[in-house]
Write a protein that binds this ligand. Structure first.
Ligand code: GRF
Length: 198
């Protein structure tokens, strides 16, 4: 059985990357082929290397905001790895429409809110400020519009009295580590039916 090849892009600690990579074993239809970051010192790269995964880094800083030039370099190790699916897992660079179009229909992202609510940053603080009673995370296909593509999965958590952005983020992150692997397993087998966890 030939497995689907999955590249994972991250910017930070990589806990979602670990959950995804750990899930791709046994009868899972996919296997990780590359873990890449825009930060050569990202904790997630070290974790990936310790897991024996191929890694690469393209530092975005020398490009001084020139996204297109940064993406030309980002594309090189990615094309070399020949992924069937690209998972954005805490990758914090906004990608251009050109890059997204190249990977259209095979690039996923996890976002820490119940989209379409709270696109962008600081999602936990915004949900608390709004007085919401529930919050969560979403896995979606990536389109040129930020945090906007077709939803492939959502997990809901309650917001409790006394919650802070930190306590809420921690509760959501636990669900992220369940939701993203569940969506990837289904997506890699060609099934786009949303995974709904509550
Ligand atoms: C996660 O909360 C993810 O939803 C958001 O960035 C965070 C990354 O965490 N986009 P990690 O690097 O996977 O631990």
């Amino acid at each position: 059985m030939s497995h689907k090849r999955v590249a994972i892009l991250l910017s930070g600690g990589g806990s979602n990357m670990v959950a995804l990579a750990d899930s791709m074993t046994g009868d899972h239809p996919a296997r990780p082929c590359l873990v890449m970051s825009n930060d050569p010192h990202a904790g997630g790269l070290t974790k990936a290397a310790n897991m024996g995964l191929a890694t690469a880094a393209v530092d975005h800083r020398p490009f001084k905001g020139d996204r297109a030039a940064f993406e030309v370099e980002l594309m090189k190790p990615l094309l070399d790895a020949q992924p069937d699916i690209v998972c954005l897992a805490g990758f914090m660079r906004v990608l251009t429409a050109g890059f997204v179009t190249h990977w259209a229909g095979r690039m996923l992202n996890i976002h820490p809110s119940l989209l379409p609510k709270y696109r962008g940053l600081h999602t936990h603080a915004r949900a608390l400020e709004a007085g919401d009673t529930e919050h969560g995370c979403t896995v979606h296909e990536v389109t040129a519009e930020l945090d906007d593509g077709p939803i492939l999965g959502q997990a809901r958590v309650p917001i409790n009295a006394g919650d802070t952005p930190e306590t809420l983020a921690a509760r959501v992150l636990v669900q992220e580590h369940i939701l993203y692997p569940a969506v990837l397993r289904r997506y890699a087998s060609g099934d786009r039916t949303p995974v709904l966890l509550s």
